[in-house]
Design a protein. Structure first.
Length: 468
């Protein structure tokens, strides 16, 4: 390639290359996923990560100020696929917090200061997806796209719709039947996206939107799911912000929920690049946590021992698993709707990330997810159910002595707790807000931290008695 940034097939026996200006969701030659790669020798690479500190105090509405305000584009030298800075689409994403969760650490019997929560719910649309969307929309601007689309369990649709409204592009969202929380659906509708509800699950939606993007080019659909390699470039920035908050020192562990496996794939790529460039000496270990009701990666990696193997992984193993899912009419089901995915498109990249970061995979039950979601809310920041899978997974890895109680652990909280308020209300009250209309229509909550509303007669004596 003559340009310093290009797309390349991740299959080591193929390695076909494509220009940045081309719109691809897979390799034309072998069908594998694509990476965004850089000829770092031709690019202005910082010699140390503290190079980025000079941008902290940047203010103003000029373009450079807007880019420095973004927690993604503040690190733009680490994702230099754009032509000029005017290509970049930003709304101030990535202004997130790494919380020293000492109260939660105490509940987990961990050493003070050892548990940190990376709270991506502070993004403008309320989830980590904004990190990737700003990069994908930047590429959409480069190629002149007019219509953007995604399949979604909720957060992707919300982020896409928000960015599409800002960029004045038509946003199109495919959702499955009954497979989206109302908090997330409301965002897609409010931002004006054309929302199509497909009779099927997320995997069916993604299959259809990929088919339309590739096989019906006259519709001009630019695909925004994480099979789009530019999405993952933006999601790398989560790792840069964690290092930034820790004075550029990597933690011992990164723990992240696993759904379509875009985040863990991006994290592995971020650390592989930083290690290659000499910007970090240590790569933290990675733990990816599935929900038991959507446990494809756990089944393949932990039970069937599928490994990256320098890109020569046995593709027949996931193919056999998917065939058995089809034969048994299996559909994933978990309260953590954001990770309710049975055919993760980024499986190969996730295997690579687990290799780069010496990773492990675990799965946790819905009850464990809900209980740890309540713990995060009580002793940390509130989060949606899928986020809490990372903390529930930490508990399991502590109990297994895979993680020691004095190691430094960062759990990624991927979305805001208001993304799925029904799960929260159900945990505390037994009321399903989708069907129940009053406190009489409820089951008995059984969570250890359930905090039910107390009914009190409308008289002063009863109220004082309750408060006393």
């Amino acid at each position: 390639m003559t340009e310093p940034a290009y797309q390349q097939c991740i299959n080591p026996t193929c390695c076909a290359q494509y220009a940045i200006q081309q719109v691809k969701i897979s390799c034309d030659k072998c069908g594998s996923l694509l990476d965004i790669l850089y000829d770092w020798n031709r690019l202005p690479v910082p010699k140390h990560l503290n190079h980025f500190e000079h941008r902290w105090a940047t203010k103003g509405t000029q373009l450079s100020g807007q880019l420095d305000f973004s927690g993604v584009w503040r690190f733009r030298e680490m994702m230099p696929f754009y032509r000029t800075e005017s290509d970049i689409v930003t709304i101030g994403e990535g202004r997130t917090v790494l919380q020293n969760a000492e109260l939660l650490a105490r509940q987990m019997n961990m050493k003070p200061g050892s548990l940190l929560l990376q709270y991506e719910g502070l993004n403008p649309s309320g989830s980590f997806k904004d990190n990737g969307m700003t990069a994908a929309f930047t590429h959409a601007r480069i190629v002149g796209a007019k219509r953007v689309a995604c399949a979604s369990t909720g957060n992707t649709s919300a982020s896409l719709a928000m960015f599409a409204s800002f960029a004045q592009l038509q946003g199109i969202v495919f959702i499955g039947s009954g497979k989206i929380s109302l908090g997330k659906l409301s965002q897609a509708l409010d931002y004006g996206a054309l929302t199509l509800q497909i009779r099927g699950d997320f995997d069916a939606c993604l299959r259809r939107i990929k088919q339309i993007a590739v096989d019906v080019p006259q519709l001009g659909i630019y695909l925004m799911n994480s099979v789009n390699p530019f999405r993952l470039e933006g999601q790398k920035s989560i790792m840069y912000r964690i290092l930034e908050a820790r004075d550029w020192q990597p933690p011992d562990w990164i723990i992240v929920p696993g759904g379509n496996l875009g985040n863990c794939s991006a994290f592995g790529k971020a650390f592989a690049e930083m290690k290659h460039l000499g910007l970090v000496k240590k790569i933290p270990r990675l733990a990816v946590i599935n929900a038991s009701g959507a446990n494809t990666l756990s089944e393949l990696y932990t039970r069937q021992n599928l490994r990256w193997n320098d890109g020569q992984f046995d593709e027949s193993v996931p193919q056999k698993l998917y065939a058995s899912m089809d034969e048994s009419n299996y559909f994933p089901h978990t309260v953590a709707s954001a990770i309710e995915i049975s055919r993760p498109v980024n499986l190969p990249k996730a295997l690579r990330a687990l290799s780069v970061m010496d990773g492990v995979v675990r799965e946790v039950s819905d009850d464990e997810i809900l209980e740890h979601r309540a713990m995060v809310a009580r002793w940390g920041f509130g989060c949606e159910p899928a986020s809490a899978a990372s903390v529930a997974g930490l508990r399991k890895l502590l109990d297994e002595h895979v993680i020691s109680r004095d190691e430094t652990v960062v759990c990624i909280l991927t979305g805001h707790e208001l993304k799925d308020p029904n799960a929260t209300v159900m945990y505390h009250t037994g009321i399903d807000m989708k069907t129940a209309q009053d406190l009489a229509q409820r089951t008995e909550p059984h969570g250890r931290l359930s905090n039910r509303p107390v009914q009190v007669d409308d008289n002063l004596e009863s109220i004082i008695a309750r408060l006393g």
